[in-house]
Write a protein that binds this ligand. Structure first.
Ligand code: CA
Length: 231
């Protein structure tokens, strides 16, 4: 299995050591940076596959690090933050982060996020420019504008189809409510979370075997949604 090369950005030495030890134990290659400036420099010189980024850094806000990296790279960024407020996660996600972990987190949680992001990376590389998207029983034929669940064609409304394509193109990445509404409806629908919830429920009824225990689309309460890669 592909093992990504990881850049750990964390100013707090005990946390940095915990992450480094976990990565070493699980045979990930990694480098570490204690400041935002060093993080940006290491990201450009070493081209890591995934960045684990603490938001509270001594020299700059982690969101600024995301903006700078996003100006030249799509490398997945998992934000690690002590701040539990949704607004910080949302700001980081809206600036291009892929996922988030809230401190304190367990080693198992960290490893699980890395696996999700690794699957996302593999999918980004293999499906670059592909005209058909396949995830578990779901299949989207972008050229024909059709979607299938197993052998059956899904009868989706135009909005449901757009919503599913957006989630599919960002598989493995947490998308915020604002990002989804802006990309599906345009900015006039910005922050209409209640309407989004209704459309998401309708879509789930069509693609989830058990809409109460969704397999394909995860809810991130107060934040947004993510399509998971299903084996
Ligand atoms: Ca910190």
């Amino acid at each position: 299995m592909f093992k990504p090369f990881i850049l750990v950005v964390e100013d707090d030495a005990p946390v940095r050591n915990l992450i480094s030890t976990t990565l070493k134990t699980h045979e990930y290659k990694y480098i570490a940076a204690p400041t935002g400036e060093q993080a940006i420099l290491q990201a450009s010189t070493h081209q890591p596959d995934i960045v684990l980024l603490d938001l509270g850094l001594p020299d700059m806000d982690g969101v600024e690090v995301i903006r700078r990296i996003r100006s030249w790279s799509n490398m997945p960024i998992i934000v690690i933050s002590a701040r539990s407020e949704d607004s910080d996660k949302i700001e980081a996600l809206d600036n291009g982060a892929d996922d988030y972990l809230t401190k304190p987190f367990s080693v198992e949680e960290l490893l699980a996020r890395l696996r999700v992001t690794t699957r996302r990376l593999v999918m980004m590389q293999t499906e670059k420019g592909a005209s058909v998207f396949v995830n578990g029983k779901l299949r989207i034929d972008y050229a024909a504008g059709c979607a299938y669940y197993g052998e059956n064609e899904l009868h989706l409304t135009p909005i449901e189809y757009k919503l599913m394509c957006l989630m599919a193109k960002n598989v493995g990445k947490v998308l915020t409510h604002t990002y989804i509404t802006q990309n599906v409806w345009g900015s006039s629908w910005e922050n209409d979370v209640a309407s989004l919830r209704v459309f998401m429920a309708a879509l789930r009824k069509k693609i989830e075997a058990e809409p109460g225990a969704p397999q394909y689309i995860q809810t991130h309460i107060g934040v947004g949604y993510r399509m998971m890669k299903v084996e």
